[in-house]
Design a protein around this ligand. Sequence first.
Ligand code: B16
Ligand code: MG
Length: 217
Amino acid sequence: MTRFRAAVFDLDGVLADSAVAHFAAWKRIADDLSIPFDAEANEALKGVDRMGSLRHILALGNVTLPEAEMVAIATRKNGYYLDAVAAMTPADLLPGAAALVARARALGMKTAIASASRNAPTLLARLGIASDFDFIADAGAVAASKPAPDIFLACTEALGVAPGDAIGFEDSAAGIEAILAAGMIAVGIGVASTLARAHIVFPTTAEADLDAVIARF
Ligand code: B16
Ligand code: MG
């Protein structure tokens, strides 16, 4: 058993191999706009909501567009992304993802999803893991997106758990800031230098050791 009562997971890049699909969709948009955009530039978009991501790409190209055109572009990007999601299956879970969630549940922890994606319920259904979570936050219902703590606090509140008794898992710098601002233990999944503010970082989900996190904090 553990003093921690909840595990709150980001989805894209932590449980699902979908960050590449977001990147591919934005890359098509950036190419159409003749804005240079590569995997390194894409790091800044992780955990950032759809319109925020578009604003970031436009700023990279010093491009300004009327709001209506921005909405149309964001909708087109989402179409590309949803085409990719429609082809996803449980094979698109990241290695170790199912085991990590199962370990949390075996330890008696409640589980929730804190994804910035409005497509999280669709993706969870494709991956076949929706029923493994006690709560799935609605990204469209929170006042402020990551790095604000809102979506993580929505999860702990719905679970009836104090933030200090919860562990959050994130692959984005914005998400780590959100977890810290919520007052939770922040576990980074990815490159340590990018996620330097996390309490602890594992290179991949498969290497994320929940028991080690619990023992240390
Ligand atoms: P959507 P996460 C985030 O999901 C992605 O990291 C980010 O790249 C994306 O822009 C954002 O969701 C919004 O997604 O356009 O589907 O609403 O990492 O917070 O699970
Ligand atoms: Mg993510």
